[in-house]
Design a protein around this ligand. Structure first.
Ligand code: ATP
Ligand code: MG
Length: 661
């Protein structure tokens, strides 16, 4: 009997994903860090004793209510939750005004760095004036509580101001990432029936102005629309086409408006925003979130997962406001907590590959939150870029978006974190609204590659096909077993799709769509999307684990693995790899990589084919789009690639496929 066969004998693993690789490195919390940490291990038993009471206490501690709530959770209309429903509040007041009222008006809220090097420093008092002007301008344009506003902006302070101004008057915003096409924008505007679009002439990308307004014009030209006005920020000064009775300049209507504005108090369940998921899988879904529960959980997680000390930390999350990370951990979390944060407009390699590290040095950034794709890109570029800068201000590092390969985690900690900083690997989704599974710095012994434990007040599990929790050591599907404050309240305009997508796979449980395993301590390891799981000779293999094995080889910078249909084995493992700078692509390298995977996780996981590529197809939020690679590996026409960051990548990969390696 081979080792692979004996693995299937383990009943714990028979049902779900196989638990192949084992990462044994451990990083216990540093005593000095723990002594000053916001979060303590006692939070877990406190929260699990009575999660509703726990969240109610967080809601009272962290959020200022206009009308205090008396109800905590109403789950009678499951799967649509109501949290703190009889309370009222305003999200913008919580993010801005109350800090000014508390005497912190002079604290910098946003330290903005434009790609060309221009800077702006905006205090909480400045922000209060700006959002008040913008809210007055929106009102003058006919926007009232409940109207939807589409936002299509570069990463400039006006993006934050626009969202807060919408929240201030109770108009749900629907941000569309500035890199998306006119068609993507059109369909999202139509689905949300937006009355106003806020955009800019353009923004700076890779050293040049990139136009935005033309896409808005094109989107609105395609037939009837609910949009009455387009509010345009002047950022680049480039020429724009103008529709007189529709388009207005921000500087004309916002800068001239009164800087006094009373926030509109809304019920806790008033919709705060709609956000369309990136579309890694199928047609985008308009995920919608409400106010009170969402703010409570983003504030709690931002404070505890990043160990924020608002008066002294400088926080930087590199996400664009077009993604949920930009909503929860650029706009709402940090501002509700009164933090000082950096916002950077452009790309990490403009003008040089050390731009991020020069920003960390210049602003003395102490908390950095970014994505594995960015970390792997920095690994590929080489250590000399961060090494040229003083990064000693950093004290907490975060990761989100995909599983972080253990090797990338180790690199992040060693090269960026001076072998000292805790790393928080945070699992969550657009749908969850806020971080759900993550270590707590100072309290958790860290394991590279694992998001580890559900946060206090959150209940997650890994179940098999029959919804039975798998024992420690087993693999299966990640589910959330209790309602949580920041959970989505639905898919905009499509309650049935909400039930079908998340609640029908396992009745009563929220199905996240991700595969996961529990290790012997019961900690959770994310193994990739369930749609990406491979089935090789009856073994269910995780893309994440094989990719991490490839990335742990010194020649490899990035890897994407897919299963391609095969008559004999069901599927074969096909790997696409990007080599590190300076490594030559030879038949020997490829053989070495296959052998390396066999050694790291077993012969069953050995890729049948390995293709060396220059780039991988990624969504604009930086995630690998494996379904397109599967098309290539199965010699099919490549499917819908409209959400790809760079659509030429697929042509290059398909052309390289027939080259012998
Ligand atoms: P779509 O739902 O349209 O396909 P998406 O899932 O990429 O898009 P997001 O909501 O931004 O949109 O991403 C959530 C997903 O990202 C999770 O379901 C998971 O697959 C992945 N993810 C996020 N953080 C982590 C993490 N720390 N570890 C592993 N996977 C993660
Ligand atoms: Mg998703």
């Amino acid at each position: 009997m081979t080792t692979e066969e004996s693995r299937t004998e383990n009943p714990a693993q028979a049902a779900g994903l196989e638990n192949l690789s084992t990462e044994l490195r451990r990083f216990p919390p540093d005593a000095e860090f723990s002594a000053q940490a916001n979060a303590h291990a006692e939070l877990y038993p406190w929260a699990s004793a009575d999660p509703e009471r726990f969240w109610a206490e967080q809601a009272r501690d962290l959020i200022t209510w206009h009308e205090p709530f008396t109800e905590v959770l109403d789950w009678s209309n499951a799967p649509v939750a109501r949290w703190f429903a009889d309370g009222s509040l305003n999200a913008c007041y919580n993010a801005v005004d109350r800090h000014v009222e508390a005497g912190n008006g002079d604290r910098v809220a946003i330290a903005f760095e434009g790609e060309p090097g221009d800077t702006r420093s905006i205090t909480y008092a400045d922000l209060q004036r700006e959002v008040s002007r913008a809210a007055n301008a929106l009102g003058a344009l006919g926007i009232t509580t409940g109207d939807r506003v589409a936002v299509y902006l570069p990463m400039i302070p006006e993006a934050v101001i626009a969202l807060l101004a919408c929240a201030r008057i109770g108009a749900p915003h629907s941000v569309v990432f500035g890199g998306f096409s006119a068609e993507a924008l059109r369909s999202r505007i139509a689905d949300a029936e937006a009355k106003l679009v806020i955009t800019a002439d353009g923004g700076y990308r890779r050293g040049a102005p990139a136009a935005l307004k033309p896409a808005v014009d094109e989107a609105l030209a395609k037939g009837p629309t609910t949009v009455e006005h387009v509010l345009v920020v002047r950022r680049t000064g480039q020429d724009v086409a103008w529709t007189d009775d529709r388009d207005v300049w921000w500087h004309d209507v916002v800068d001239t408006a009164s800087d006094q504005h009373t926030p509109v108090w809304v019920e806790a369940e008033h919709p705060l925003f709609i956000l369309y998921t990136s579309g890694t899988t199928g047609k985008p879904k308009g995920i919608f979130h409400t106010t009170g529960g969402y703010l409570t959980q983003v504030a709690f997680t931002h404070l505890n997962v990043f160990d924020l000390k608002a008066a002294t930390d400088v926080y930087w999350c590199t996400a664009d406001v077009g993604w949920v990370t930009g909503h929860s951990y650029v706009v709402y979390g940090p501002l509700v907590n009164g933090a000082t944060q950096v916002i950077y407009e452009g790309t990490p390699d403009t003008p040089g590959r050390d731009r991020w590290w020069s920003i960390v040095e210049k602003y003395r950034v102490s908390i950095l939150y970014t994505a594995p794709t960015a970390i792997r890109t920095c690994m590929k570029w080489g250590e000399e870029y961060p090494a040229g800068h003083d990064l000693s201000s950093l004290r907490v590092l975060g990761s989100v978006g995909e599983s972080i390969n253990p090797e990338a985690w180790i690199w992040y900690r060693r090269v960026i974190g001076a072998d000292r900083t805790p790393i928080v690997d945070t699992w969550w989704q657009t749908e969850t609204g806020a971080i759900m599974i993550s270590p707590l710095p100072g309290a958790t012994t860290l394991k590279p590659g694992s998001a580890q434990v559900p946060l206090p007040g959150i209940s997650a599990d890994v179940v098999d096909d029959e919804a039975h929790p798998v024992p420690d050591g087993g693999g299966g599907y990640l589910v959330l077993t209790r309602p949580w404050p920041a959970m989505l309240r639905g898919i905009w305009g499509d309650p049935q799709r909400f039930k079908d997508t998340y609640w029908s796979r396992f009745p009563g449980l929220y199905f996240a769509g991700d595969g996961a395993k529990k290790d012997d301590d019961g900690d959770i390891w994310l193994l990739g999307r369930v749609d990406d799981v491979m089935n090789v000779s009856g073994h269910r293999l995780s893309t994440t684990e094989i990719e991490s094995a490839l990335v742990s080889h010194p020649s490899v910078a990035e890897a994407a693995v897919v299963g391609a249909a095969d008559e004999t084995t069901g599927q074969i493992v096909v790997a696409f790899v990007i080599l590190r700078g300076g490594i030559e692509q030879t038949e020997q390298t490829v053989e070495e990589l296959r052998a390396h995977v066999a050694k790291e996780i077993g012969a069953i996981a050995k890729p049948r084919r390995i293709l060396v590529v220059q780039e991988l197809p990624k969504t604009r939020s930086g995630k690998i789009m494996r379904r397109l690679l599967r098309d290539v590996a199965e010699h099919r026409a490549v499917g819908d690639a409209t959400t790809l960051a760079d659509s030429s990548v697929m042509t290059l990969i398909a052309a390289g496929l027939d080259k012998p390696v």
